[in-house]
Design a binder for this molecule. Structure first.
Ligand code: NDP
Ligand code: 2IT
Length: 447
């Protein structure tokens, strides 16, 4: 790491040593910027690393609500408005018991560079709550979302900050949040993305993150003359990203071997086809059940309680699509031993730094989340464009734009990596390409 980056990193670490996930994401970006910071001293002169690692604003608030038994509950709400140099703050809301400031700062920090890579005018932000939507009734989720938005509404707006979904926040939650915002401001504005189709959503937004990751991974595989056709694929998670990743892999002729949730992993030795995926989507999105129910239904499927997919079966490609740090060094070693040639991140920072290092050292294609899963936020940007025009594009049009954006992210990341002398290092390429646009904008806009 270059001296300037090391000095800023040590300072952040001294001030917030407990923010482990945030420090992990900053360290990775800073490591990539060495040559760039040496070449061009303007970033140091303008204190860009200091300014890009301190959120422009963090909003923390109380979210009180009443459960079905009539008891008062209270959760912590957050919105980290990280950087608005190239556009309004943009990024998801996560509702999960593990949510804290470190996790939201890492997600918001990643989002700055991811959004920059999309080429759309989107700043970086993230928010959420330690609220757990699991096992809550629809009415309880509505009560929570309404209380959350009663506090958040005054800090967001279509040109200020446009939240969306993430873990625990899907179409249902976006509906309740949007409904309350609309009541308060008396305007039907493009203040959230991931909306349903009949009240302002975009076709292909639900599919976009998963499809985008498969498009990105296909571009990486193409550099080695291979495709998904006939390849075995391990996927973790069984939520929004994992479901549509699986759908696209099947469409591309691949064989989906696994899915998972926080209770364990299902391995299907025959492969998950469209009919089985439909069962899983109904199980997860309508019945909101556990993934083990899939094994109860199909004889070719085995459920492994408490396990992640990586060491349970061999595969050519791994697409982690659940949560941060879910694929460690041992997992990476086992994957590679079993023939895996490509890991592409549907989730944000699912691979530990040691796992990433191992991939690079062993010539494994590695697609970092901020590039590989950028299709979701890119399509959110397209949803905002359609709302601004008061028009909607056809699914084929949105999908073609998404594909073009993923193709371009792959190309610019590769070029930046090549210029740094490591053509296959997409981590380096994505960090350099994503950083440059935002850093230059911060300088242009003055202090
Ligand atoms: P969902 O809530 O729809 O699904 C999350 C899935 O991951 C569920 O299967 C969940 O299991 C599992 N999971 C969550 N936390 C954990 C955990 N701590 N340990 C084990 N399993 C866990 O979320 P998404 O599919 O939207 O998000 C998945 C990942 O993709 C996240 O990292 C998110 O940040 C990232 N992402 C999402 C985008 C989007 O557009 N939605 C865009 C870009 C990235 P369970 O139900 O049991 O908790
Ligand atoms: O991590 C992400 O990019 C998301 N959760 C999607 C953000 C968005 O604004 O669509």
């Amino acid at each position: 790491m270059n001296n300037y980056a090391a000095r800023v990193f040590e300072d952040i670490k001294a001030k917030t040593p407990w923010e482990k996930e945030f420090l992990q994401s900053v360290f990775e970006v800073f490591e990539s910027l060495g040559k760039m910071l040496e070449r061009d001293r303007k970033y140091e002169k303008n204190c860009i690393l200091e300014r890009i690692t301190i959120p422009e604003r963090v909003i923390m608030f109380q979210v009180p609500w009443v459960d079905d038994k009539g008891n008062v509950q209270v959760n912590q709400g957050y919105r980290v408005q990280f950087n608005s140099a190239i556009g309004p703050y943009k990024g998801g809301l996560r509702f999960h018991p593990s949510v804290n400031l470190s996790i939201l700062k890492f997600l918001g920090f990643e989002q700055i560079f991811k959004n920059s890579l999309t080429t759309l005018p989107l700043g970086g932000g993230k928010g959420g709550s330690n609220f757990d939507p699991k096992d809550k009734s629809d009415r309880e989720v509505m009560a929570f979302c309404q209380s959350f938005m009663r506090e958040l509404y005054s800090h967001i707006g279509p040109d200020t900050d446009v939240p969306a979904g993430d873990i625990g926040v899907g179409g249902r939650e976006i509906g309740y949040l949007f409904g309350m915002y609309k009541k308060i401001v008396n305007a039907h504005q493009s203040v959230l993305t991931g909306k349903s189709l009949n009240w302002g959503g975009s076709l292909i937004r639900p599919e976009a993150t998963g499809y985008g990751n498969v498009y990105f991974a296909s571009e990486m595989l193409k550099t080695r003359g291979i495709s998904f056709d006939g390849r075995k694929v391990l996927i973790s998670g069984s939520g929004n990203v994992a479901q549509f990743t699986a759908q696209k892999v099947i469409n591309e002729g691949g064989k989906v071997i696994s899915l998972s949730d926080s209770s364990g992993t299902v391995i299907d030795k025959d492969g998950i086809d469209h009919e089985k995926l439909e069962f899983i989507m109904e199980l997860k999105n309508v019945r909101r059940g556990r993934i083990s129910k899939f094994a109860d239904e199909y004889p070719s499927v085995t459920f492994f309680e408490g396990s992640k997919p990586w060491q349970l079966a061999s595969a050519d490609v791994a697409l982690p699509s659940a949560t941060q740090n879910e694929l460690n060094l041992d997992d990476a070693k086992e994957l590679v031993k079993n023939g895996c040639v490509c890991i592409s991140e549907g989730a944000n920072m699912p691979s530990t730094p040691e796992a990433v290092e191992f991939c690079h050292a062993n010539d494994i294609l590695f697609g970092p989340g901020k590039a590989a899963n950028a299709g979701g936020v890119a399509t959110s940007g397209l949803e905002m464009s359609q709302n601004a025009m008061r028009m909607g594009w056809l699914a084929e049009e949105v999908d073609a734009k998404l594909k073009g954006i993923m193709h371009n992210i792959h190309a610019v990341s590769r070029v930046a990596a090549e210029e740094s002398g490591e053509p296959d290092n997409y981590v380096l390429g994505a960090n350099v390409a994503g950083f440059k646009k935002v850093a230059d904008a911060i300088i242009d806009l003055g202090v």
